[in-house]
Ligand binder design. Structure first.
Ligand code: NDP
Length: 282
């Protein structure tokens, strides 16, 4: 048996095409602001990609590239200005920030209505409480989209998430609980992980350990989502040993071309929806 390989690139393209159509009908241009402090190489690439993706759907994206030595107060002042700017509907603060800055204070300074990364405590609280109106972090939202598109109703399924980070594991756990999955969240201290994953209908690997998940960790026919982005011998790979696991799984996402493109598409969707909600409140 060989797994259905999920084409995340195509799914993301479809979402973006639909979004572009919806944005075309607006009588304003949604605005996304990206605050980048310092010169982290990966962040520069991510932000350039976000700008390209935004512009491809008709969102106006401005990157505010601030010098490495920018103070906490200066970053907060920039956020206050953007919070009050009617043409800015979404604000992203690119992580990681230089170590002299207090990331938590900065993330939570972004107005919850413009927090399109969904990292602020207000949006996290809404999601964890299963209340309406949360802006949900893009990666977990992309994972949920792929799961529902492939499996339909997720209710009653056993899901194991490997990783408990604020940006992937925890919000995804809430999303799947809200969809009536039975959820186990594993982390670096989890014992007998292979025994746990091998009973799951859904395994999401988000631990950042190259090709850790092996064939004998997976129940035949299970759905395997690989969030990991790692480099091994110069090549990009995920947290799942793709070549092995695809022989036993029912569905699998590749790296690259799986969850990555979905994340960017969901970020654009969040910006569009945030702009609609702000207009309603104005
Ligand atoms: P973090 O480093 O913040 O969290 C990693 C999590 O994995 C932690 O909870 C950690 O446990 C757990 N973990 C680490 N090693 C093991 C292990 N051997 N066994 C079980 N659990 C383990 O990472 P992120 O959540 O930010 O990202 C995870 C991966 O996803 C990375 O490769 C990242 O690059 C990728 N990523 C991809 C995105 C995309 O768009 N495709 C977006 C975001 C991230 P503990 O809490 O105990 O330390």
């Amino acid at each position: 048996m060989s797994a259905v390989i999920i084409d995340g690139k195509q799914m993301a393209q479809d979402i973006r095409a639909e979004l572009a159509e919806q944005i075309k009908k607006l009588d304003y241009i949604p605005g996304l602001a990206v605050i980048l402090v310092g010169n982290d190489e990966a962040s520069l690439i991510y932000d350039r990609n976000k700008k390209k993706a935004a512009e491809s759907v008709g969102i106006n994206c401005t990157i505010y590239h601030l010098p490495e030595e920018t103070s906490q107060e200066e970053v907060l002042e920039k956020i206050r200005t953007l919070n009050n700017d009617k043409n800015t509907h979404g604000i992203i603060v690119q992580m990681p920030l230089p170590s002299h800055l207090n990331s938590e204070e900065i993330i939570n300074a972004v107005s919850y209505t413009k927090d399109v990364d969904g990292f602020g405590v207000y949006n996290i609280g809404l999601l964890h409480s299963n209340l309406q109106g949360a802006i949900i972090a893009a990666t977990p939202q992309g994972v949920l989209y792929v799961l529902e598109k492939s499996l339909g109703d997720l209710s009653g399924l056993n899901a194991v998430i490997i990783g408990r980070s604020q940006i992937v594991g925890r919000p995804l756990a809430s999303l799947l609980i809200n969809k009536s999955c039975t959820v186990t969240v594993a982390h670096s201290k989890t014992k007998n992980l292979k025994n746990i994953t091998s009973r799951a209908d859904i395994v999401v690997a988000a631990c950042g350990v190259a090709e850790m998940v092996k064939k004998d960790w997976i129940k035949p026919g299970a759905m395997v989502i690989d969030v990991g982005i790692n480099r091994r011998e110069g090549k990009l790979c995920g947290d799942v040993d793709f070549d092995e696991v695809k022989e036993v799984a029912g569905y699998i996402t590749p790296v690259p071309g799986g969850v990555g493109p979905m994340t960017v598409a969901m970020l654009m969707k969040n910006t569009y929806i945030a702009s609609l909600n702000q207009l309603k409140k104005a």
